[in-house]
Ligand binder design. Structure first.
Ligand code: SF4
Length: 266
């Protein structure tokens, strides 16, 4: 009699993994491998072969963008909206609600704040989750470093769309509630709100399908090839640590990518 076969282990991925893969698959691989370095440990295994042929573009195709709703100014929350989740690991999140409308879901408080989706093998923590008046849930991703001004020119913000689609799925799976859309909120610490804005990203069938195919594509990619280009490498965190042998330029800082994409479009 044959022994029962163990179910194959699905590689756990995060919304950040998808964003890194969309820049450069090798960046995703190095970022994951370098987690232990931050606490003085060794670099983890990297699957990219040393003789890999670099790519000109990431193999991941773009998510649907046709139904984004772009809004200038402050994010409006109604008196019936509640804040039900906040990533406690982030200390620069905006205060959108008065204390009496902050009602954290205790299932995801403290050290249980990482949301998990066993079906798709996703894990992660949105910045905020708002419960709307109709009881639907909406994840909010806050970008304090990306001003809203120039939004339409900076197609680098595709990356923010990818992150929010994955967070919509995470929230839906973890809370077991409908998530109709997610929000990217662009902050403005220095301009008194004049450069603020937010983008509503629908979470419908097209986005769900894109996410499933994207996760499969990342997991099926056994090379995680580099995409060396100034627009990528100048803002690549593993490059700042000198970990990439394929880098096209030196590390310039976290704002480099948005500036590069704006320049390329402008
Ligand atoms: S330095 Fe460039 S090629 Fe290397 S991992 Fe980063 S983005 Fe990819």
């Amino acid at each position: 009699m044959l022994a029962p076969q163990a179910a194959p282990v699905v590689e756990a991925l995060t919304p950040h993994d998808l964003v890194a893969y969309f820049h450069c698959p090798h960046e995703m691989e190095l970022t994951r491998a370098s987690h232990l370095l931050r606490v003085g440990g060794p670099l983890g295994p990297v699957r990219t072969p040393t003789n890999v042929v670099p790519l000109h573009h990431s193999p991941l195709f773009s998510p649907p963008l046709g139904n984004l709703v772009v809004n200038e100014g402050r994010l409006d929350v109604s008196e019936k909206d509640l804040l039900v989740y906040e990533d406690e690991g982030e200390d620069d999140l905006p205060v959108l609600f008065p204390p009496d409308r902050v009602r954290p879901d205790i299932r995801f408080a403290g050290n249980r704040s990482t949301l998990g989706d066993p079906e798709l093998g996703l894990r992660g923590r949105p910045d905020l989750i708002i419960q709307r008046a109709d009881a639907s849930l909406v994840p909010v991703e806050y970008k304090s470093t990306h001003l809203f001004v120039g939004y339409h020119e900076a197609h680098g913000r595709l990356f923010d769309t990818i992150q929010v689609i994955a967070e919509c799925r995470l929230v839906e799976a973890a809370f077991g509630r409908k998530v109709p859309y997610g929000i990217v909120l662009y902050g403005d610490e220095s301009g008194g709100g004049i450069h603020e804005g937010w983008v509503r990203i629908p979470y419908g069938e097209a986005e769900r399908s894109w996410l499933r195919v994207a996760l499969r594509q990342v997991r099926d990619d056994h090379e995680r090839a580099p995409v060396p280009a100034e627009r990528n490498c100048g803002g690549c965190e593993p490059n700042s640590r000198g970990l990439c042998q394929f880098a096209a330029t030196r590390y310039e800082g976290p704002h480099h990518r948005l500036a590069m994409y704006s320049t390329l479009r402008g």
